[in-house]
Design a protein around this ligand. Structure first.
Ligand SMILES: [Zn+2]
Length: 448
């Protein structure tokens, strides 16, 4: 289903526009493109790498560093296969698949409308369960005993470390453990650019609470996580909450609410906030034989905590921020009209904060002054220097990647007043300031 996602100015943002801009400006490339690519796998280019770091940094700052009740973790992707038995992934992390006997293509049984192959009309096999975990072998021998899996979620790395973290940090309930990392799911039907990929990055929190207080913590996390997206500029008209019906709940969940964003492909999940109860800790207690209970000093009793899990996707969030930031507007230039494409990223997310541009690239003193200013700004904020086009064109390039400010060095700077022009991305207003004031002024605006 295609949906017109319109900007404030009424621009229709299509996935094609986003994909094209991402490739042209170096946000996201197809993986192994020179070999024809590989299914639904993408590489983040120079600007995409910066943007992705900024998304993760904002999440970590807000959910870990500023909170007394949260700590971080960075667990390994490879885990003892018993983990996936305990979690239920080996048994039930599956999709039902059918094969076409004629053309040999494979489809998800729940997406087949008729009883025949949608590609060739051939006869289909009975549905079989297909596990979505990627398998590989640990060590040199490729045998069943050496099978390990690439983790399909970061959550289990947190659960199995619950006791380690609690004992080493002396945290009392309620407290949470946060983790950002790659996960892998062998999806049969990935797609829609970076929305659904087989290799992806998660930002997950497992928040451990006393049983009986889980519902209030669940409600609070839903609100906090919803507000987080608003804080970084997501348009509230394109953000909504959707509670799962009882029949779509995962086997471990008592309740789940999704935060959905209106992507160009329609309303789709950005993040899920699940009440996982004590399911995971109890499973690991049973399978490992380790006691994972928490001793509550107040009551003098041992309890197995309940868990609230806000689980978001880095790549999806990045895509939402990208779609939401995208804008096209018509600006008047004298008696001419011109289209301006601008990514209105939140200042914390913008991959480039400032661009320093010499007005004339054939005047050495202008170029030298601009380069010197750029090198002063680089250690404190993401800075770009560009002298490869006329100033109008340089502005358009920076708008298109969401650069917050353009600082221009001109003839007047070097011949008269030692002042430069700072242009604001959103208002396009220009102010003139002494060159030594640029750094403190921009730092102040960034932290405001
Ligand atoms: Zn077929």
């Amino acid at each position: 289903m295609a949906v017109d996602t319109k900007t404030d100015q009424g621009t229709v943002v299509t996935m094609e526009k986003i994909v094209e801009l991402c490739k042209r400006r170096g946000f996201i490339f197809q993986s192994s493109e020179i070999y024809g690519g590989i299914g639904s796998t993408w590489d983040y280019g120079p600007l995409g790498a910066e943007l992705k770091r900024n998304v993760k940094e904002a999440w970590w700052q807000d959910n870990v560093r500023v909170r007394e009740d949260m700590v971080g973790l960075d667990a390994a992707i490879l885990m003892n296969p018993r983990v996936w038995e305990a979690s239920g992934h080996i048994e039930s992390f599956t999709d039902p698949l059918v094969d076409c006997k004629m053309c040999k293509q494979r489809f998800r049984a729940d997406q087949i409308v008729a009883d025949v192959c949608p590609a060739c009309g051939g006869e289909l096999t009975e549905a079989r369960q297909f596990n979505l975990m990627f398998k590989t072998f640990m060590g040199p021998v490729e045998e069943e005993a050496a099978v390990v899996y690439l983790r399909p979620e970061t959550a289990q790395g947190i659960f199995v470390n619950f006791k380690n973290v609690q004992m080493s940090t002396r945290k009392k309930l309620p407290f949470g453990i946060a983790q950002i990392g790659k996960s892998f799911r062998n999806e049969i039907t990935p797609g829609n650019f970076i929305f659904r990929t087989r290799e992806f990055e998660q930002m997950e929190i497992e928040y451990f609470v006393m049983p009986g207080t889980d519902e209030e913590h669940h409600a609070r996390w839903i609100e906090e996580r919803y507000n987080w997206y608003l804080k970084y500029g997501i348009n509230p008209d394109r953000l909504r909450l959707r509670a799962h019906d009882p029949d779509e709940l995962a086997h471990y969940a008592k309740a789940t609410t999704d935060i959905e964003y209106l992507f160009p492909i329609g309303w789709s999940e950005l993040e899920g906030i699940a009440n996982r109860t004590d399911f995971d800790l109890r499973q690991h207690m049973e399978y490992s034989g380790e006691n994972m209970a928490y001793f509550d000093e107040e009551s003098g009793k041992s309890v197995v905590p309940y868990v609230i899990e806000p689980s978001g996707g880095v790549d999806r969030s990045l895509l939402a921020f990208m779609v939401d930031a995208y804008d096209e507007e018509i600006i008047e230039k004298g008696d001419k009209k011109e289209k301006r494409t601008v990514l209105r990223f939140h200042k914390a997310l913008a991959p480039v904060k400032v661009a320093v541009l010499p007005l004339l690239r054939n005047r050495p003193e202008i170029v030298d002054t601009a380069r010197k200013l750029a090198s002063q700004l680089r250690p404190v904020m993401s800075t770009m220097y560009d002298d490869t086009a006329s100033i109008g064109r340089l502005y358009r390039r920076q708008d298109e990647i969401g650069t917050l400010w353009c600082v221009t060095v001109d003839v007047q700077t070097v011949e008269e007043d030692n002042q430069v022009t700072i242009r604001d991305r959103d208002t396009m207003e220009q102010i003139r300031v002494p060159i030594e004031e640029v750094k403190p002024l921009l730092l102040e605006r960034l932290s405001a």
